[in-house]
Design a protein around this ligand. Structure first.
Ligand code: E4P
Length: 274
């Protein structure tokens, strides 16, 4: 499974690439806003354009998702083309992020604008990462429209199931992949019992119909969820930097290191010292 860095912070992206375990980057407007505000607070003068160029160069050879901000088909197509034209020449790795359904609650008639935009950009060979996926059928339509990646938001499904059922939680809290069982039932959202279940169902459908579209597990909240995304066959997990760090931590590894270090005999240490 590939690991993307779910961040717009240059230092985090650089760090993850320095370990040679990063296979791509996903940004979103919220992440970019946070990263730029942090720099502005420090008094640094960098334009958002230069900032994006920096990210693209660090991730050279691996895909970087940049999200559109419009919510109409025409607007998203124009922005997608502009982003691609402006930035793809930097490192040839731009992917355009398009929401599967850009409607706000009160809007009617825009449900297919995302699918139209995906289809139009894909026909022009502009790779698309279809985002904000919360059902397998949304993923199916995005794949049919030609998306290169679909991004189901695992963590946000778990958040939703918990908040609908008045369960308090912290963002990083683990949610069982087989669902949250009460005395009477397994909690669910329209047949989806967890974020990982959503990913598993999408992977299964894509396998049955041989879709080439890759499943990019997004909204990852902890290391165990990344493990489960891998177990159910996600092609990629995009992880915030703190989750990437968490992938390596275990108490017994630390304890073992201490014990081995305490037990080094000087003669052995001398053998391997220059
Ligand atoms: C990545 O493409 C998504 O925008 C991101 O994973 C969302 O994560 P969040 O639900 O933690 O905000």
């Amino acid at each position: 499974m590939k690991i993307f860095v779910d961040s717009a912070k240059i230092d985090e992206i650089e760090q993850a690439y320095s370990y040679n375990v990063a296979d791509g980057v996903t940004t979103n407007p919220t992440l970019l806003k946070k990263a730029v505000e942090k720099l502005q607070k420090k008094g640094e003068k960098i334009t958002i354009e230069d900032y994006i160029k920096k990210i693209l160069k660090i991730a050279k050879g691996t895909p970087v998702s940049l999200e559109v901000t419009d919510s109409t088909a025409d607007g998203m197509i124009n922005q997608g083309k502009m982003l691609y034209k402006k930035f793809n020449s930097i490192a040839n790795n731009v992917v355009i992020k398009i929401p599967v359904n850009p409607s706000f609650e009160e809007e009617i008639g825009k449900d297919f604008d995302g699918i139209n935009a995906i289809s139009s950009l894909s026909k022009e060979k502009i790779p698309v990462n279809c985002t904000l996926i919360f059902t397998p059928e949304q993923a199916l339509l995005a794949a049919k429209a030609g998306a290169k990646y679909v991004s189901p938001f695992a963590g946000r499904i778990d958040d939703y199931i918990r908040s609908q059922n008045n369960i308090s939680f912290k963002k990083s809290d683990y949610f069982p992949m087989d669902g949250w069982e009460t005395d009477e039932e397994i909690l669910e959202d329209n047949g989806i019992v967890s974020g990982i279940d959503l990913i598993a169902q999408i992977v299964e459908i894509f396998d049955i119909y041989n879709f080439k579209t890759e499943v990019l597990a997004a909204s990852m909240r902890n290391a165990r969820q990344v493990r489960e995304a891998a177990l159910v066959g996600a092609h990629i997990a995009t992880c915030p930097y703190n989750v990437i760090e968490e992938l390596l931590v275990h108490y017994k590894s630390q304890e073992g290191m201490k014990k081995f270090t305490d037990d080094i005999v000087p003669e052995y240490a001398k053998l391997i010292t220059d």
